[in-house]
Structure formats: C-alpha cells, structure tokens
Design a protein around this ligand. Structure first.
Ligand SMILES: Nc1ncnc2c1ncn2[C@@H]1O[C@H](COP(=O)(O)OP(=O)(O)O)[C@@H](O)[C@H]1O
Ligand SMILES: [Mg+2]
Length: 261
C-alpha cells in the first residue's frame, strides 16, 4: 500500500431501500489511474456519491478505508479535508458565488487558520491553471457554473480539481458532452496532476477519453459489482464489441439494474 490509498471491500449501497451496489471491491494507490466502465444504470454514480458521503446513499455493509482511516465514519467535509475529490456528472449551478470566491474558500477550508492562501498566490495559481485548461479569464468572475455550457462545467470541475490538489479524485463521466478539443483539454488537466501522491478514478461510459489518459487498470462494472478487471486493452475491446461478450462470459442474463421496477 502506497499513499494515498483507497480500499473498498464488499461495499453495499442502497437508495431508498433498493440495493444498487452489491458487493464491490476496488483498491487504488498513489500514482495509479483506474477507469471504471459500465452500462448506464449500473451504479457508477451511486458509487461516487456513496464515497463522498451523500446522505441519500445508504451504505448497508462493507468497508472503505482512505489512507488507513475508516472513510464511512467521516463527515462529508472531513472526506474533502482528507483529500478526496469528486467531479460530479451533473455539477450544480450556484448563483451569487463567483467561481473564484468559491475556489478560494474551498482551498482555505482545507487549511489551518492563519495558513490561508494569499490573494496574490491564489490569483497566480488560478491564472496558470485556467491557461492550461484554455479557459477564458472571465470564468473566474462568473457565478459558479451558472449558464455554463455542459463542456464548460466539465472543464470547471477539472479546474476545481487542479486548484484543490486532492490526493484522490473521482471523475464521474467527466467526458460526457465534450467535443474532441475539450476532451483533450480535460485529459491535459488530469495528466498534469499525475504523480505518486495522486490517485484517480475515472468513471466513463466510453473508451474515448482513455485515448488521452492511459489508465493503469480498467474495471467493468455491471449490476452493482466489478465483474472484470484488466489493462487498457480491456477498454478497447469494450469500445469495439460492447458489453455483451462479458455478459455471456459471466452468464449475466440482462443488465436490468437501471430498468427494473
Ligand atoms: N437519487 C436517486 N434516487 C433514486 N434512485 C436513484 C438515485 N440515484 C440513482 N438511482 C438509481 O440507481 C441506479 C443506478 O444509478 P447510477 O448510479 O446513476 O448509474 P450509472 O451512473 O452507472 O449510470 C439506477 O437504477 C438509478 O435510477
Ligand atoms: Mg452515472
């Protein structure tokens, strides 16, 4: 185990008494990028929400440790404090708070009193990162995600990640709705974060993003479980052949998690 380390063992999560995650195991270490791929409705977003501590997602059994500490015992802000970050599939718009103000408070919330980032340093970092993400400077002063296009919201999630410097980032469908240029920019941001002190879980429906971010491991999630793991070649096979061969191989009848009443 090398820090950071996220270890999920036999996790089960329910939403309103319906079990969505059904015994999931996954371990991510520092320096590693993992991709979780899977059909719609299979529980990918449920997994990320449960890891961040969303109150609607009830963990009914299993164990999750983050750097050796029980993650499930931590409050949401403690999880962020510990270095966990989630880029949401559907980022929310917050009126009345500018992007820059939001980022600066989020950075300072992770710091001790008296250790707050100076305004000069903050602006310098923000400029640098917005440059790398090819974001126009006006985005700093606009209200958080308000009126942002789908692609702009995704870029903004990556900007948050780069500014907050988490130890482990979960990117939930960060590639959805992106054109190829935006996809490359998002990949550039993630690749810029790559280091032995950073781990990343990329949740995606398509292999496309993985052309630009080479994952160390690829996992297939179906019916609330990781059913197959491999290297980048697994993602290529899924792109070419879909998920049917895995269902056949494992004797899974139908991907019904999303559809059943
Ligand atoms: N907040 C929620 N309330 C009720 N059902 C939900 C909620 N979030 C997810 N679900 C259900 O859980 C299942 C898994 O959804 P989700 O985790 O979003 O799948 P994925 O991200 O893999 O497409 C779906 O059947 C979905 O309808
Ligand atoms: Mg999802």
């Amino acid at each position: 185990m090398s820090a950071p380390n996220l270890k999920i063992e036999d996790l089960r999560v329910s939403i309103e008494d319906k079990e969505i995650i059904k015994g999931l195991d996954l371990e991510i270490n520092g320096g590693e990028i993992h991709a979780v791929m899977g059909p719609n409705g299979t529980g990918k977003s449920t997994l990320s929400a449960a890891l961040m501590g969303h109150p609607k997602y009830e963990v009914t059994s299993g164990k999750v440790t983050f750097n050796g500490k029980d993650l499930l015992e931590m409050e949401v802000d403690e999880r962020a404090q510990a270095g966990l970050f989630l880029a949401m599939q559907y980022p929310s718009e917050v009126s009345g708070i500018t992007n820059a103000d939001f980022l600066r408070s989020a950075i300072n919330a992770k710091r001790e009193e008296g250790e707050e980032i100076s305004l000069m340093k903050f602006i310098r970092e923000l400029d640098k990162k917005m440059d790398l993400l090819e974001m126009d400077n006006t985005f700093a002063h606009r209200y958080l995600n308000e009126g942002f296009s789908g692609g702009e919201k995704k870029r903004n999630e990556i900007l948050q990640m780069m500014m907050l410097e988490p130890k482990l980032a979960i990117l939930d469908e960060i590639d959805s709705g992106l054109d190829i240029d935006a996809l490359k920019v998002v990949a550039k941001g993630v690749n810029d974060m790559r280091s032995p002190d950073f781990g990343c879980l990329i949740i995606t429906h398509y292999q496309r993003l993985l052309n630009y971010i080479t994952p160390d491991k690829v996992h297939v999630m179906m019916q609330g479980r990781i059913v197959k793991s491999g290297g980048p070649e697994l993602a290529h096979r899924l792109e070419a052949e879909g998920y049917d061969w895995i269902k056949e191989e494992l004797g899974i009848k139908d991907e019904t998690v999303g559809q059943e009443a």
